[in-house]
Design a protein around this ligand. Structure first.
Ligand SMILES: [Zn+2]
Ligand SMILES: [Zn+2]
Ligand SMILES: [Zn+2]
Length: 298
């Protein structure tokens, strides 16, 4: 494991980014990969591309940091990529893998002069979030109370399109098995990003919004069907219809190694990976250096 200082040279450092940029903080399914105590070849792999933290993406533009899903691995992701700011958060749905990093946002309250951070989600997700995080919502500080809670404002995402900092957000409900999730189409400086990290279907509206975006991330759990998630085959089929400039599947399980996936999908519609950085509009992602990948390894 490289020492702490190596973070200062981390090639996917995103501070100071002026162009709209997306950084994949995690590409794994709800368990993460490796899975605790799993002895399968992917979980035992020493290839850093096979290490998938829980799915989350950071968007940056003109120094504004927008986090999509404070994952259960958020603290590690914030350290690994030295995330400079969290100015706002979008939540797709309130499943544990996507939101259990919420408490870690308190450090960004401190870093940002105690500014409250808005946590935007659609009404169904907001309802669950305010129940799960009732200790944050209902916190009333008493005099001399040393207990520090995050200062978060859980708000229902207003009608689309909605402007958050430099980003214009469009959101739409997407089926996620018996549950629901949210797809986002996000635009800044004429560049576009789309994500549906957990979906079992794409509505006509979602297909319309995702068509031709610069960078698209779609759920692609594994080869075998799953009632709540796209298989990899379905994700790639959708990308072939939607034709994003760069299309990758995300929320990947331990069933298949990254190198096998890359061999199978040599075109631009292949697997996402932790540390993948895309300057929106560019035709290819920036590849992390060897040092960065060593830092990613467990
Ligand atoms: Zn998930
Ligand atoms: Zn495994
Ligand atoms: Zn989910």
């Amino acid at each position: 494991m490289p020492n702490y200082r190596s973070q200062y040279n981390f090639p996917t450092d995103i501070s100071g980014t002026t162009e709209p940029t997306a950084l994949v903080l995690g590409s794994g399914t709800s368990t993460g990969v490796p899975i605790i105590q799993c002895g399968c070849p992917v979980c035992l792999s020493t290839n850093p591309f096979d290490h998938r933290l829980r799915t989350s993406v950071y968007l940056s533009c003109d120094g504004f940091g927008l986090l999509i899903d404070p994952s259960a691995d958020f603290r590690l992701q914030a350290l690994r990529y030295r995330l400079p700011r969290i100015d706002a958060v979008l939540v797709s749905h309130a499943h544990a893998d996507h939101v259990f990093g919420m408490d870690e946002l308190r450090q960004y309250n401190r870093l940002q002069e105690d500014a409250t951070i808005n946590i935007y989600s659609r009404d169904f997700a907001n309802k669950t979030l305010t129940e799960i995080f009732s200790y944050i919502v209902n916190f009333k500080p008493k005099a001399n109370d040393q207990m520090y809670r995050p200062q978060l404002n859980f708000c229902i995402l207003p009608e689309s399109p909605y402007k958050i900092g430099p980003f214009t957000i469009e959101s739409f409900i997407i089926p996620h098995g018996p549950a629901k999730s949210t797809g986002f189409r996000i635009e800044a400086k004429g560049k576009t990003f789309g994500i549906a990290s957990d979906c079992s279907e794409l509505t006509e509206e979602a297909m319309d919004k995702f068509t031709g975006v610069d960078f698209l991330l779609l759920d692609g759990l594994r080869d075998r069907p799953h009632p709540s998630h796209f298989s990899i085959g379905t994700a790639v089929e959708k990308m072939q219809i939607l034709k994003p400039k760069i299309g990758r599947f995300i929320h990947i399980s331990h069933d298949i190694s990254h190198s096998d996936l890359e061999a199978r999908y040599p075109e631009n519609y292949g697997p996402a990976y932790d540390g993948m950085k895309v300057i929106l509009g560019n035709p290819t992602p920036e590849t992390p250096s060897k040092e960065a990948l060593n830092y990613i390894k467990f």
